[in-house]
Design a protein around this ligand. Structure first.
Ligand code: SAH
Length: 245
């Protein structure tokens, strides 16, 4: 895959200007000059073949050559609610969620959770989404939503989506979440708790609302391991990606 660049500005005409880190990388790492070919995307679903038309101080103008509607999304829409771990671990989790095709990530506010991400931390995660999308080829950005209290997240999940909460006390093993069920639903909402686990009544709120409580085995997983395992299970059980690979 050619070097991909992200444009904050929607690409609506046949030229686009890159500035900041994207321009810096093109100019000083790739040593771009007039005529250099790149791929640029704006996170709205398509990618564009482009050529450098002008380089300036801290900026690069691109001429759009061709729009390519390349869809690398999962046919299954995955929303991941997760009580985020701290620092580097939340960045790592975000990057892996992007690679696996998660559509939305919602930081969960839970009883036993640590402090919720600040606006600055959310911005950092949104930058991590862009970096991962450049690397893995996604042309749509994973949405990083504002933090939500767990009961509100449970309440807002569409009832026709498959809704799964990961918990070692769960009574639902994976084969119960049949492939046909996932394929038919078309969307899945996942919830992963904090290191301290979901409180008993939080789990009850979810199961009473029709969520499956999924047991991922006898070992206690870190938050990010549980989240990525669950996303991978949902994505690959639905099978669409593997079927078409
Ligand atoms: N002491 C906590 C462990 C929390 S681990 C407890 O006993 O609940 C952090 C989160 O990862 C959990 O809330 C759950 O969502 C998920 N998780 C970790 N290990 C899991 C397992 N074996 N099965 C299902 N979910 C798990």
């Amino acid at each position: 895959m050619s070097q991909r660049y992200f444009s904050e500005m929607p690409i609506t005409t046949d030229s686009i200007r890159l500035e900041g880190a994207e321009a810096h990388h093109l100019l000083h790492v790739m040593r771009a000059e007039q005529g250099t070919e790149v791929v640029v995307f704006d996170g709205r679903g398509a990618e564009y073949k482009a050529k450098v038309s002008r380089v300036g101080r801290g900026l690069v103008d691109l001429h759009i050559v061709q729009r390519l509607d390349i869809d690398r999304e999962l046919p299954l829409r995955i929303s991941l609610g997760v009580a985020l771990p701290k620092g580097e671990r939340q960045r790592w989790l975000t990057a892996k969620a992007v690679e696996l095709g998660v559509a939305r990530m919602v930081p969960l506010i839970t009883r036993h959770g640590v402090a919720q991400p600040t606006a600055t931390a959310l911005d950092r995660l949104r930058r991590a989404v862009v970096e991962s999308s450049k690397q893995c080829g996604r042309n749509r950005l994973t949405e990083i939503c504002s933090p939500e209290p767990f009961p509100a997240f449970v309440g807002q999940a569409p009832r026709d989506a498959i809704r799964l909460v990961a918990d070692p006390r769960g009574d639902c093993s994976w084969p119960t979440i049949a492939r046909e069920r996932l394929q038919k639903a078309g969307s899945v909402v996942l919830a992963v708790g904090p290191e301290g686990g979901f409180a008993e009544d939080e789990l009850t709120v979810a199961t009473t609302a029709g969520w499956f409580a999924v047991d991922l085995g006898p070992r206690i997983l870190r938050v990010e391991t549980a989240a990525i395992a669950l996303v991978a299970l949902a994505a690959f059980t639905a099978g669409h990606d593997l079927d078409s690979a």
